[in-house]
Design a protein around this ligand. Structure first.
Ligand code: PMP
Length: 352
């Protein structure tokens, strides 16, 4: 090893799902199968005539987008923080709020990026085992800790816990920051937003990548008390003042404004999910009750890795990790009805 290697900050990186450049049935990264709201295309056309504006830096406060989100969620502008996808927002939250010697708690089966940020920022952490049905055990989060984070619905399990459950964890952790990662909440149930008035240590993060069909634009946000948002902005301005580019500010605001389109596409995905659940059941798959735009399936008679590879060979991409406790599981994103029909046609043939 060269001498300089000793002082390099090394980390085992997060591995994102594949983004194949050929046309496939893409059910591997929980993207939305429908296009963004029509207002986004209109804004795109309008911007075409303003290429000169790219000479200038974007608004560092991201006011257009922050205002649109504050209106939508009926919170103050000083309660909204935006970033380059919720990954950026969550990373900033880890850096800003998880600064204790005590370990941060999160589930063992969860979004695998949490562990990576903790490692990157040298934050101690403890993974709390979910139960045999993949449910978070809330009592595990009662002991003293340096902060808590969990997604609701959880990923990759798609399990949603109700508000009472979420509140119980927050109530037991009022001396630390609790982050509820609601990347998939629009496909599930009630958001923890209503708890913000009661708990000033709560941060909720959400994204434009799933229900708002804009994974390619990279927009995420946090909603919390003005004090916590101030701390996040202080960290952001110490890192990169211009995180959000000009187009993402305009397109993001347009997407938020169209409440009907958002409700309609989300409803279609939930409908396809309900139907897909039945189809998976008919084929003998088992899975926890899904509440996000994906289903976490396993089959008692077919090896998950072999199935994953067979699907991939036919141009159907789903997600497989092969990691501890979930070796026999595949995460299947809900696509259009037609994409799902193709998936089930393949599975029926494979299982003949
Ligand atoms: N949280 C969870 C639980 C996720 O699954 C994802 C998507 N990979 C994210 C956050 C980040 O999504 P994005 O950065 O696209 O907002």
């Amino acid at each position: 090893m060269r001498e300089f290697e000793k002082n390099i900050r090394k980390v085992e990186p997060y591995v994102p799902g594949e983004q194949p450049q050929k046309k496939v049935i893409k059910l591997n990264t929980n993207e939305n199968p429908y296009p963004p709201a029509p207002g986004v295309l209109a804004a795109m056309k309008k911007l075409e005539g303003h290429v000169d504006s790219l000479r200038l830096y974007p608004d560092p406060t991201s006011d257009t987008l922050v205002s649109a989100l504050a209106d939508f969620y009926h919170v103050g502008k000083d309660q909204v923080f935006v970033g380059v996808g919720s990954d950026d927002v969550l990373s900033m939250c880890f850096l800003t709020f998880f600064n204790s010697e005590k370990p941060v708690f999160f589930p063992d089966i969860t979004y695998s990026f949490y562990k990576v940020w903790a490692d990157l920022y040298r934050i101690p952490y403890e993974c709390k085992k979910v139960d045999e049905n993949f449910h978070i055990i809330k009592e595990d989060y009662y002991p003293e800790n340096g902060g808590v984070i969990f997604p609701n619905p959880n990923a990759p399990t798609s399990i949603y816990e109700d508000l009472e459950f979420v509140e119980d964890i927050i109530r037991h952790n009022q001396d630390v920051i609790v982050i509820v990662d609601e990347a998939y909440i629009d496909f599930a149930g009630e958001s923890a937003l209503s708890l913000l008035d009661k708990y000033d240590n709560l941060i909720i993060t959400q994204t434009f990548s799933k229900a708002r069909s804009m994974a390619g634009m990279r927009i995420g946000y946090a909603i919390a008390s003005p004090l916590l948002i101030k701390y996040l902005n202080d960290a952001k301005y110490s890192f990169n003042s211009y995180t959000m580019n000009k187009t993402s500010l305009v397109y993001g605001a347009e997407a938020v404004k169209d409440k009907e389109y958002f409700a309609e596409t989300t409803r279609k995905i939930v409908e396809t999910r309900d139907w897909a659940e039945e189809e998976f059941k008919k084929l003998g798959f088992v899975f926890p009750k899904p509440s996000a735009n994906f289903i976490f399936v396993s089959h008692p008679e077919y090896d998950a890795k072999e199935l994953f590879e067979a699907m991939k060979a036919k141009g159907i991409y789903v997600r497989f990790w092969g990691s501890e406790r979930i070796e026999q599981y595949l995460r299947v994103t809900i696509g259009t009805r037609e994409e799902m029909e193709a998936l089930f046609a393949f599975l029926r043939e494979y299982m003949m």
